[in-house]
Each structure stands twice: as structure tokens, then as C-alpha cells.
Write a protein that binds this ligand. Sequence first.
Ligand code: ME8
Length: 508
Amino acid sequence: MAQNYYITTPIYYVNDRPHIGHIYTTILADVFARSHRLLGDDVFFLTGTDEHGQKVQDAAEARGLEPIQHADEMVVQFQEIWKDLDISNDEFIRTTEARHTSVVSEVLSDLYDRGEIYVGEYEGWYCKHCERFWTKKDLVEGNCPNPDCQRPVSVISEKNYFFRMGKRRDWLIDHIRKNENFILPASRRNEVLGFLDGPLGDLCISRSRKRLSWGIPLPFDEDYVTYVWFDALLNYVSGVGYRRDDAFEKWWPASLHLIGKDIVTTHCVYWPTMLEAMGLPLPKSILAHGWWTQGGEKVSKSKGGAIDPRPLIEKIGLDAFRTVLLREMIIGADAGYSEERLVARYHSDLANDLGNLHYRTLSMIEKFLGGKVPKPGPGGSLQEKAESLKKDCRSLVESYSFNDLLDRVFDLVREGNRVIDREQPWRLAREEKTEELERVLYGVAEAVRIAFLYLSPLQPTTAAKARSTLGLDGTWGKLDEEGKWGGLRAGSEVRIGKPLFPRLEPGD
Ligand code: ME8
């Protein structure tokens, strides 16, 4: 049954350009959004940028710009790359926009008025040189952890504002235990439960303006700005019209917050307790994927500069890039980023298996059947695989078993190639066994159509093109109809065109 599906990505810091980690998360979210649209769901897909806080203030200062000038410049890089990567987000939220800052102020005032935020003493380790607080576990041998500083720090105690997070610990544990899909995968759920085994303190949500001015002012104390995470997490509600628009009732609670495993605590502990205090239901699922690594280390902003996927996209095409990137990371696990591996995957899955099946099938229809789709017949093993994919698609998508879904699609593709090798349509043509020839070629052509149907969320442009080569128009309908065996129309003309996934030659 069709449902509302609201999906978010993390909002990315504008202290630097987008890198392969941000690109992966956003493409994955896009593929989920497009898959739900294919299933017939009503989808809202939100992404955006996190523009306040120390990191952004520091990055702006380093460039001699005001933070907002810096953010205005950097945000364009995110907006442009999402366009270039064919990301189908419905909204883009910046945390410096009034529609967000006003919601943050209202939430703060409300929580303060209800005693959920209170004033207290904060004790932290302060580095005078870097002008910032560290926690005890940040320190390196008791000194400032900034590798360029490493100076001694001093314990400072000052007035700050706190959100009553700690008293919600038992309630949160209970919620996580009762809702198996709240934190995914299970390894992250266990990690959060382990974290909650210890005591849970209240959350310091203020930063003194003496040290950090780039933030949303606290509505009840002008000497402070809001802690960047308290501000940023609220994008998930401000971005769908919380306190402003009836649409909020339609979309909240979110179906999925997709995040990387680096930001599990903020999403699985801070955010649920904030929502509970605000009287809002919790998101249905928070799914944390693993890290792209290089040399065993997480690819990060400083190292990310080394990975620019654009040359690879030029070589193999955007849709192929989206596909191999998702094929090479099992959701939840880490994966080493290697262009060689992505290219090898391109050759095996796309050039050899799918591209080859598409090209040889259409060539044979041209050569042996005058370029016309034959009449439908029983599809044997191909039909069986296609029908079981249709039956399982929603549950695979909903359980985020996307890698399994793709395995099964490529299994269908390989089966198509096996059927051709086994049945040898060129022999059937020679022996004038027309009925059998038509049955075989209809079956493999239909398998091509169905493979591209399931790949259309990953390959929006190529799958549309593939559909039109099969004598249909270039627009996919919903899975319910399109997933049925027998969608190709007898008599329609195929248009073979160039191979969809040409092999790369040395030097390409
Ligand atoms: O944390 N591998 O923003 P951010 C995979 N503004 N994914 C990676 C990655 C890697 N090596 N590196 C980064 C923030 N990511 C906050 C979020 S949300 C209310 C605020 C991806 O710019 C991954 O999705 O540091 C990770 O969670 C996100 O980028 C962090 O982006």
C-alpha cells in the first residue's frame, strides 16, 4: 500500500567542499527516495547545509571572510554538485535561513519556559590559544588536541545553559529496545545501548559569545549562541514546515534519517530526547552507513581532497558511477575507496553483464526478427526471477537490504546471458524454429526491461534511455504495473543505438 516516505541526509558543514563521503550518503538517500517513488509512495527528500558553529567560523576567518559570506559561497558547491549528480531532493535547507533560525528560537524559548532548559555551571578544558573548550577525553596527554597547538589547557567553569537530557535515559533505552528498527544496523543499536549503560548527563546547549559569535542567539540570554548540534538537528523538522505549515503533519515523523556512523550519538541520543521534550514522535528509523576509507583511515575533509570522483564520472558516466559506488559498499560496513575496484565493477556488472545482454538481445531482434518485439510467451527461469523480485521488492527496500536487491537484479541479468548461451537464438534462426526463437528473444528482452526497471533509481537517465530502445516510451510507471511480466509490446520497434556501457580501452 502506498505510504508517505520522508527521508533526510545529514546537513553537511560548509567549512569545506563536498567529498566522496557526502556524495555517497546523498546518492544513497536519492536511490532510497527514487525507489519509494517507484513503489508508488509519496516521497519527501530533504538535504541541506549546516552553517553555524566553530568549524564554519574558523574556515571563514581563515579566508578573511564573514561567516555568512563564506557560507553563501560554499553552499553553491553543494547545490551544484547535487544537481550534477542527479539528486532528486524536494527541498534544500540552510541553517542560516530565517525559516530555520526562527524555529530554533521558538523551540528554545518554549523549552526554557517549561524548565526543560536551565542555567548551570559548565566545567571544561579551555585552550586559550585556540580559544576553545575541549572535553577531558579530547585531550592528548592532558594538552590541547589540536596538532598545531598541543599547549596546556586550563579547567574553566562558567555559566551555561543545559537541556534536561539525562532524565530521559531510561525512556530512551526502553524505546530503543521496543523498536527494533529505530537504530539500524543492529551493531549501531548495540553501540548506543552500550553508551546508555553509563550515566547520561544533561546537554550543554549554549556557547558564550565571548568565544563563538557565529550561531543562533539564545532568545533568553543575548550573551550566548546556540550549540551547533542543537541548532542543526532541528533542520529535520524546520525543513518540513514545523510550526509553519500543515505539510508538517503529513511528513512527520520522518521515515528515515540516513547518516554516517560518525554521528550516531547526536542522532540516536540527543535528537530523540529533544523530540520527546518537544512533544513530537520519534523518527521511524535512523540508519548509519559505514565509512569510505583510504589506507585504512576514514576519508575526511583533509584527505578527501585527494578523491575527486569527477574524472571517473567522465570516464564511465554518472549512472554507472552511482551504480558501482552503491555496489561497492555494503550498507553499514566500511569499504576501501579504490577507483580500480569501481572500474572493475563497471566492467563486470555493467559492460559485460547488463550492457552486453542489452546489446546482443536487441541486435538479435534486429537481425532475426526485423527489429520488431515478438509476441509474449512463457518466460521460464527469467519470469520466475522477475516475479519473485516484484514480490520481494518492497520488503527489501523497506529493510534497507538494497545490496541484496541489487544482487538479485544482476542475477536476473546473468540468467539472461545464460539463456542466450544455452538456447543459441542464431541456431534457432538458422533452423527456422521461429516460435522458439521468438519465445527466447521475448524473454531476454523482457528481462532487460525488468532489470532496468529495478535499476532506474540508480540510473535515472540510462534506464529511461534503455526503456525507449525497447520500443516503449522513456518514462517508467510504478512498480505495480511495470513489474509484471509481459510489459513489452509485440510489434513495437526496437532502437538499438550505441552500447549503453562501453568497455574502457587502455588510455580512456
Ligand atoms: O557531521 N565515508 O557534517 P559533515 C562515508 N554537520 N561517509 C562520510 C565520510 C566517509 N569517509 N565522511 C563524511 C556533520 N561522510 C554535521 C551533520 S546533521 C543534523 C549535522 C558523510 O559535513 C556521512 O554521511 O561532517 C557523515 O555522517 C556526514 O558525511 C558528515 O558530514
